[in-house]
Design a binder for this molecule. Structure first.
Ligand SMILES: Cc1cc2nc3c(=O)[nH]c(=O)nc-3n(C[C@H](O)[C@H](O)[C@H](O)COP(=O)(O)O)c2cc1C
Length: 250
């Protein structure tokens, strides 16, 4: 089984292509009810957050039982940098008596660019490399290969992983509902992987355990979610072209 986390579809599209090629299934980490993971091979596909494993994926690994002797592999999608992500994953799996056998970082499209600028013009050609990655992963999984990507140890990656680095990152990706723009359609509620948004009397309301994953920012049909107070453009909202909104809902 391939377990994935995805807010704008890069990781989901990759997981789906890989599952189709392997004849395996996909399951969202936010929808997995079973505490025991399935399969002789367990795939983990998720985005890089701050050069590391997203907090909810870390929690998923900690709180689930991996099948004994399972071949565990991972694909981490990102914009360009993956920092210490596989070291963290190795550590988390090691604590459970498992081992990460094979991993690849997959630079695709950075959905966080929306927090920095407008009129981005996402280069969808970057997604063309998916097929080659899937072929390589299929080959690895079928032959139970062992291989890892190098850690990208830069000063920025080290700083991003510190308490202060995360604080600044979270400020940078600070999303809020703009009550005057919100029409209470509920899409952000359905998209939030943390169940952190509910519909108040006049508008959607955010709770206090935001993952800063930007699912709501990219997915709001009315651009009613702001980043550091800035309204984003419809053209800058990103979703992988091969994935539907419904597939990304919680
Ligand atoms: C909170 C946050 C942190 C991110 N950190 C990084 C990063 O450190 N390096 C990078 O290259 N991309 C980073 N990104 C971009 C995503 O990793 C990238 O767009 C990913 O493919 C999104 O996957 P998804 O569409 O499956 O959600 C970050 C995005 C978010 C929302």
């Amino acid at each position: 089984m391939i377990y994935y986390f995805s807010t704008t579809g890069n990781s989901l599209a990759l997981a789906q292509k890989l599952a189709a090629a392997l004849g395996d299934g996909v399951c969202s980490v936010t929808r997995t009810k079973e505490k025991n993971l399935e399969g002789p091979a367990v795939g983990l596909v998720f985005p890089v957050y701050y050069g590391d494993v997203p907090a909810n994926v870390q929690e998923f690994v900690r709180s689930h039982a991996f099948p004994e002797d399972a071949y565990v592999y991972a694909l981490a999608t990102c914009g360009s940098t993956w920092g210490r992500i596989f070291r963290t994953l190795q550590q988390l799996l090691g604590e459970k008596g498992c081992r990460l056998a094979w991993s690849r970082a997959v630079p695709l499209i950075a959905n966080s660019t929306i927090c920095m600028k407008s009129h981005i013009g996402y280069d969808l050609k970057k997604l063309d490399k998916e097929d080659a990655v899937v072929r390589e992963a299929v080959e690895a999984v079928k032959n139970r290969k062992e291989d890892h990507y190098q850690e990208q140890d830069s000063l920025l990656a080290q700083f991003s992983a510190t308490w202060l680095g995360r604080k600044i990152g979270n400020w940078y990706l600070d999303v809020q509902v703009a009550p005057d723009r919100c029409v209470r359609c509920g899409e952000c509620v359905r998209l939030c992987p943390m169940d952190n948004i509910h519909l108040g009397e006049k508008s959607a309301v955010m709770g206090d355990h935001c993952l800063h994953c930007l699912a709501c920012l990219h997915g709001c049909p009315h651009q009613s979610i702001t980043v550091r107070g800035r309204v984003v453009l419809k053209e800058d909202q990103y979703r992988h072209p091969g994935v539907t909104v419904q597939e990304l809902e919680r």
